[in-house]
Design a protein around this ligand. Sequence first.
Ligand code: NAD
Ligand code: GLY
Length: 361
Amino acid sequence: MRVVKVPLGDRGYPIFLGSGLLSRLGTHCRRLGLGTRCAVITDRNVARHYGQATGRSLALAGFDPALVTVPAGETAKNLRTVEKCYDRLAAHRLERRSFVVALGGGVVGDLAGFVAATYLRGVGFVQVPTTLLAQVDSSVGGKVGVNLAAGKNLVGAFYQPRLVLADLDTLRTLPDRELRAGTAEIIKYGVIYDAALFRRLERDLLKLLRRDPGVLAAVVARCCEIKADVVGRDETESGLRAILNFGHTIGHALEAISRYGRFLHGEAIAIGQVAAARLSAQLTGLPEPDVERVRTLFHRAGLPTEIRLNARQRHRLSAAMRLDKKVQGGEVRFVLAERVGRVVTGRAVPETLIDQVLTGR
Ligand code: NAD
Ligand code: GLY
């Protein structure tokens, strides 16, 4: 087992990473000194695979868990689902010292975290991520929230978990398309922060996609270290943390205009990152060969790198980008790369360039 610490003072917490960890969830929770009653919020797919084992581990440690199951997928990440969860928490009589366990991918993590942040003005929160994307990114750092029809993650909070337990064994049942989507956030860390990680991915991508345990463990741990470092230095995104949004302005807008049903998050941000790399070549000096390295890596991961939009879709995309949380004074701001491993934030981009880079023309 590896342990990565998220350094946030008295709100700091450990990320436990390794094989066979799910059965030890109850023991780890016990050490937090929380109340007995708790709720495991999960989705239907994950409940089928890991609901029982999670409940058993908590019960054996003396907890009284309720299993709250929501529909799977991005379309369930909304306020209606939040309200249903509140009702279940009330029925199980959760108290201030109770806690919520998010068992699943980023959708469940963001949703359950928002429920935990707001129910009784905040109960304890534990992340048990079961997708590659959630293990390398969404379970760490405390961004929780839900979508509105108008835009992604427009309602939310910063609310840190008390611990993150990432059992790499759970990735064995993850569908291939979801595993590929998770690599989009991993490639992102290479582009924004760690050129050596990017080179490693160029070398070991196939092993990662084949779920080689050694490569998975090392790569997931490195991503968690990077995220922990960034969040530790800028918890609420007043500066540095914005680098994590590379490719997300376009990606989030694509998800919103397709009503969260066409692209997985990882797929949408793959298109967004390739577009951001092309913008970077024009605006921040990213060398053309590096743009091609970025595009090739996403392509090899089986992720989309371009999209053609008609005039109506382009109009809707730019309206959705204006609702992005990174907008300042009505102007959309981008994270752009200067080279692989180094980015700058807050760059204004002329709108005419955006369509051009989305289609690769
Ligand atoms: P997801 O939560 O929808 O999970 C993907 C699919 O895999 C679902 O159908 C789920 O049921 C299934 N699944 C999950 N674990 C499984 C397993 N071990 N075996 C079999 N099936 C499994 O999607 P995701 O890609 O994990 O997360 C995407 C979400 O994360 C988006 O909403 C995105 O906005 C959010 N996100 C949040 C942050 C953050 O910092 N909070 C960061 C990145 C992404
Ligand atoms: N995934 C963006 C962030 O955590 O800030």
